[in-house]
Design a protein around this ligand. Structure first.
Ligand code: SF4
Length: 351
């Protein structure tokens, strides 16, 4: 079993009566973030108005005080590097605008559709590929939900619906219940999949009411968490994962390969083990989507694949996530051709 690190004592943290007040109190001021982490105030802060700093206290509590290079801090701290225009990086790297037949629904792959039920997230991950997405035009109002359901009803090929955003757990239980209730009526939908980072950045979001809602849902439920580093997994998250599994959910994880955060095999092997210990299966290791503002997180493909070969050598198969890349206008997520970049086994670095 993993022993999770704890960098903050409970006394360091504000207390909240419910997850919504905790969400509302997310830190959006860089100086405050530095103060909480006991770091010297930065001299040259980048504070964008769009996609500004946003990080809940529960995620800050997993960062190491006094460490300006903490791997969790670097995921959320705005950087001047975001302002650099880089060839090949765009505001719509996956051409999602071309697959948006109806407000709030993306239909990129034949058997599944993705619903953007909210544009809001509890945390702003600086590498997010949807950071420029037009959420204002893509959040169905209560009256527009039926048009989305009608669209799915008319697509017999669709057997899975992804709830995404934004973060689908950012909406309240009543709103989520409304979506689930309507999706439950579609005969050919077998599975509903939620893509969320809330259990990681704000574990109290997994409250009893939500667990009850999941437990009573009549179709299969899959939750894909988004965890990039072992330090994101603490006892609180592990307890919430146990409760989610007890409510019938299958838990998977996707990780984005990020320069300076998890770009070595030792870190990723530790992550796979920690995920499995928490009852979560490693699912995808994503090559960064080439979104404008995130080029400084990207790695050359050769380096990504060299790391992946080390994972294959050091992990049991069920602990190795699929190395994948999302390319615009492809009918599925593209597996990376790792044999095209096989490093020399005699010179490959050992971990
Ligand atoms: S939680 Fe997900 S959707 Fe929200 S900013 Fe992070 S990566 Fe993007």
């Amino acid at each position: 079993m993993i022993s999770t690190k704890k960098f903050f004592s409970d006394a360091d943290l504000p207390t909240f009566t419910d997850w919504q007040s905790e969400l509302a109190a997310a830190v959006s001021d860089v100086d405050e973030l530095y103060r909480l982490l006991e770091l010297p105030a930065p001299r040259d802060v980048y504070a964008p108005k769009q996609f500004a700093l946003r990080v809940p206290h529960a995620f800050i509590a997993k960062m190491k005080k006094g460490d300006a290079n903490d791997p969790l801090l670097l995921q959320v701290l705005p950087s001047h590097a975001e302002r650099l225009a880089t060839d090949g990086y765009s505001t719509d790297p996956l051409a999602e605008n071309h697959h948006n037949p109806i407000k709030g629904l993306l239909h990129k792959y034949r058997s599944r559709v993705l619903l953007t039920i909210t544009g809001a997230c509890a945390v702003h991950c600086r590498y997010c590929f949807r950071q420029h997405f037009d959420y204002a035009a893509n959040q169905p109002s209560s009256r527009e939900i039926d048009a989305v359901i009608d669209y799915i009803n008319a697509c017999d090929d669709v057997d899975e619906v992804l709830l995404s955003g934004g973060d689908p757990l950012n909406v309240n239980n009543k709103r989520l219940a409304l979506w689930l209730e309507k999706l439950a009526t579609i005969p050919h939908v077998r599975t509903v999949r939620l893509h969320t980072r809330l259990p990681v950045v704000l574990p109290n979001r997994i409250d009893d009411e939500l667990l009850g809602l999941f437990a009573s849902f009549p179709k299969k439920l899959v939750m894909v968490l988004h965890i990039n580093h072992t330090n994101e997994i603490d006892d609180n998250l592990i307890a919430k994962c146990q409760a989610l599994r007890a409510s019938g959910l299958t838990l998977l994880n996707q990780t984005v390969l990020l320069k300076g955060i998890n770009d070595d095999a030792k870190t990723l092997c530790a992550l796979s083990h920690a995920l499995f210990d928490a009852g979560i299966l490693p699912y995808y290791l994503h090559i960064l989507d080439k979104v404008a503002g995130a080029a400084h997180f990207d790695l050359p493909i050769e380096q990504a694949v060299a790391i992946y070969w080390q994972l294959l050598e050091n992990l049991s198969g069920y602990l190795v996530p699929k190395l994948a890349q999302e390319l615009p206008n492809q009918p599925y997520k593209t597996p990376v051709d790792i044999h095209a970049y096989r490093p020399n086994p005699h010179t490959a670095e050992k971990i």
